[in-house]
Design a protein around this ligand. Structure first.
Ligand SMILES: C[S@@+](CC[C@H](N)C(=O)[O-])C[C@H]1O[C@@H](n2cnc3c(N)ncnc32)[C@H](O)[C@@H]1O
Length: 186
């Protein structure tokens, strides 16, 4: 089974399209903040969360519960494709239903291998994967740049180190992140 969670009006063929509000695109009405989710353990091969995760889990225990449910329903190796507005962009700030900034670094906190490395190194980072009992591997992050940065990168009119500096320190440089995440199960 493949899940398109928080589908809104964007139906994906071959997926079970899920939202808390009914629409012609939607196959199942589910409030993703109401736990547990209605799907069986290890029953899902792929999950799409396109501009949805930032709408969920304003309350941290609920957010962690959602991450736990995501891991429970995924089979080993399941792909989770996450698109989110960058928290340092107006697109994130404008919408009052954006309740949780999502960062790739934050998602990497649910990687148990990394958690064990932190513990061994005496790092103060919270080993969230071990605490919550989930394990996800971050596979790839694509940064979608806003203008004028996208054009400057495409035209090679900005040195790479200058762009890296802008991406890290300035507002409205990265508009969106597309993240590939994998469920890792025993
Ligand atoms: C910005 S829209 C994205 C819609 C679609 N994924 C797309 O890319 O066009 C966010 C969607 O998440 C849904 N959503 C927000 N909170 C939800 C919840 N607790 N449970 C299920 N869906 C939720 C909203 O109803 C809305 O359809």
């Amino acid at each position: 089974m493949k899940l398109n969670l928080g589908c809104g009006h964007s139906r994906m063929d071959g997926f079970v399209n899920v939202d808390k509000f009914p629409s012609p695109a939607c196959d199942e009405i589910v409030d993703l903040e109401s736990l547990p989710w209605p799907w069986l353990d290890s029953s899902v091969d792929e999950v799409v969360l396109c501009h949805v995760l930032e709408h969920l889990g304003a309350d941290t225990p609920v957010y962690l519960g959602i991450i736990k449910e995501l891991w429970r329903v995924c089979r080993d190796g399941a792909l989770i494709l996450i698109s989110v507005p960058h928290p340092n962009h107006d697109h994130f700030l404008w919408d009052p239903t954006h309740v949780r900034p999502i960062t790739w670094e934050g998602l990497r906190m649910f990687d148990q291998e990394r958690n064990r490395e932190w513990i061994a190194a005496g790092s103060p980072m919270t080993p969230l994967g071990l605490h919550v009992g989930v394990n996800f591997r971050l596979e790839h992050v694509q940064f979608i740049l806003d203008e004028p940065w996208a054009s400057r990168e495409r035209d090679k009119t900005i040195p790479p180190d200058e762009l890296q500096f802008a991406m890290k320190h300035y507002h409205n440089v990265i508009s969106e992140m597309i993240i590939r995440w994998r469920a890792v199960k025993p």
